[in-house]
Design a binder for this molecule. Structure first.
Ligand code: SF4
Length: 573
């Protein structure tokens, strides 16, 4: 008997840890077991062909909100092509409500963690039996593996170099100690830890796989401070010289001084953290049973950001209970003021199996009845208001999260924060920008990176003309730190004597000695190569007294900051 376990990841760069666990759990009695990984960006026809080419007897799908619509179609096609093929579905998207969209399509649905049930069913099928009613009931009972040490190690099949430049996943624990009602982690089970030696062995393999990022899928990595400290110290001692980045989801309100010190001592770029704030309002957080420690969380994040060695990602969720449009605006402006490296604005999803789904009626939730089940409106926020927040999210991604306008956005924030007008706080500013983008037809169409600068400039000219002139200097600075392309847009190159290739060549030749003093490695490389690595421009920035002074900055594309992904810059004149 041949079984294919299918993972359909949300992007090519992602890999799937669950299917490796399942394969490792299946012994010889299960027959031949093969893992096939795809991404949702591949055509269904090609995924279908590759599955069928394997001539499987059993196809087992790992189901999530991002792939369930693909899985439903593929499972239907497989059954039409050969009704004898047995389809098994497992994963969070089918673990509740009798298998959700896979009910009536899959032959067997496994609820909860599958490392015990998948081998159980495959052994039966391989010996020519069909599961009896008791077994089927067992499959549909939500269960977890209590003793994680009893699992087979799933990482051995990952070969050196096989995940080059991709994202690999690892877990040091399962379950979450918290009970947020919009999440299914509390239903999935209590916290269980893997032995630390298991985690360290996994990390060795994943680092050798050359994954560019290793993500810990632990729901709250710092829930156990001592374990978190030990793992981080291990990573620092062992992998500081490697080019892999380690990513953790943390609760910033739980960070202790000890852990902040540990994180702040990490080499730049070795660690990234993702911190969910979700809302700054106590009533909202209490309604979703989320621990309220916003002030602590924000002040701990400020401390981490001050270290400039860790990439910090923060999240807010729109559409939570009791949060009106103006409440959300307050959450947005407060979190924006952190100037984290990435500010993700998400929309609440009413997930199968979550407690909030049961309570949805009491808050008047209307949400999409297909994945990802995003909220459309509730008693506190209208559909139009959430759509407007969607436009603000698009602008946030384009102008802030792209990392192309970091210093311009800080300049605008500082310049506007003295004003009391509603459009001068961060939310008001992005709201006005989103309206402008919609009016100009840019909001729902792709915008080229280089055009982003011009759009922002025109917006400032129209809405905040007193900022436009100085903002151009910051935009030019941002352009030079983020875009290796030296073809600077005309409105940005104005005033710069270093935009053209010839003038830049001349400037580098004349200033080579100064540059080598700051960057000694340049003395080892020819002028032509320096031209590739070093860009330069003149600027007019306000000094501490407010008067404008001229300066020339060099931008080093031979030394990209591992935290921000931007070229380092140096004042030359
Ligand atoms: S949202 Fe995060 S902290 Fe809350 S229960 Fe889910 S995993 Fe735990």
């Amino acid at each position: 008997m041949k079984t294919t376990i299918i993972a359909i990841n949300s992007q090519y760069v992602h890999s799937n840890l669950a299917v490796n666990y399942l394969k490792a759990a299946c012994g010889r009695e299960c027959g031949d077991v093969l893992v096939l990984e795809f991404s949702i960006n591949e055509s269904l026809k090609s995924i279908f062909r590759r599955i069928m080419n394997e001539k499987p007897d059993v196809v087992a799908f790992s189901c999530y909100i991002w792939n369930i619509e693909h899985v439903v179609k593929l499972a239907g096609d497989i059954k039409k092509a050969d009704k004898e093929i047995i389809v098994i579905a497992g994963g969070p998207e089918v673990s509740f409500e009798s298998g959700g969209l896979m009910s009536g399509i899959a032959d067997y649905i496994i609820c909860g963690e599958g490392e015990e049930d998948l081998p159980l069913i495959l052994k039966l099928l391989n010996s020519g039996e069909r599961p009896c009613e008791n077994t089927i009931r067992r499959l549909q009972t939500h269960k977890v593996t209590e003793d994680l040490d009893s699992l087979n190690f799933p990482y051995d099949s990952i070969k050196p170099g096989s995940l080059k430049d991709r994202i690999a996943y690892v877990e040091a624990s399962r379950g979450c100690p918290f009970r947020c009602s919009y999440c299914i982690s509390p239903v999935i089970g209590k916290v269980r830890n893997f032995d630390l030696d298991w985690v360290y062995r996994a990390l060795d393999i994943l680092v050798e796989s050359e994954a560019k990022v290793i993500k810990f899928v632990d729901r709250t990595f710092n829930a156990d401070e001592q374990r978190a400290h030990r793992i981080l110290t291990h990573i620092k001692q062992k992998y500081s010289e490697r080019r892999t980045v380690f990513h953790f989801e943390i609760d910033p309100g739980l960070l202790t001084g000890n852990l902040i010190d540990c994180l702040s001592s990490m080499p730049p770029g070795l660690v990234q953290i993702e911190a969910g704030i979700q809302s700054i309002h106590e009533k909202t957080l209490k309604a979703v049973k989320r621990v309220y420690h916003v002030d602590n969380a924000l002040s701990n994040l400020e401390k981490l950001l001050a270290g400039r060695n860790i990439h910090v990602h923060v999240d807010l969720i729109a559409g939570l209970p009791y949060e009106s449009f103006s409440d959300f605006a307050m959450s947005f402006s407060r979190v924006y003021g952190l100037f984290a490296h990435h500010f993700q604005l998400g929309f609440l999803k009413i997930l199968r199996g979550s407690r909030l789904k049961e309570e949805a009626g009491s808050h008047g939730y209307r949400y999409r009845d297909y994945p990802p089940y995003e909220v459309i409106s509730n008693n506190y926020i209208t559909a139009d208001e959430l759509l407007e927040i969607g436009g603000i999210e698009a602008c946030l991604n384009l102008f802030y999260n792209s990392g192309r306008l970091v210093s311009t956005m800080k300049y605008i924030y500082n310049a506007l924060k003295k004003h009391e007008k509603p459009e001068c706080d961060p939310f008001g500013f992005y709201r006005a920008l989103a309206r402008y983008m919609r009016m100009k037809g840019h909001l729902d169409s792709p915008v080229k990176a280089s055009k982003t600068y011009f759009i922002l400039y025109k917006f400032l000219e129209e809405k905040f003309p007193h900022l436009a002139k100085e903002a151009v200097e910051y935009m030019r600075f941002d352009y030079y730190t983020s875009m290796k392309n030296t073809a600077v847009p005309a409105f940005l190159s104005k005033g710069s004597v270093h935009a053209g290739r010839k003038t830049r060549y001349k400037w580098i030749a004349e200033n080579r000695e100064k540059l080598e003093k700051i960057l000694p490695r340049l003395s080892e490389i020819p002028l032509e190569e320096i031209m590739h690595q070093i860009h330069a421009s003149s600027f007019k920035f306000a000094n501490e007294t407010g008067s404008m002074t001229d300066c020339v900055m060099a931008f080093d594309f031979g030394d990209i900051c591992p935290v921000t992904g931007l070229a380092r810059s140096y004042r030359i004149e």
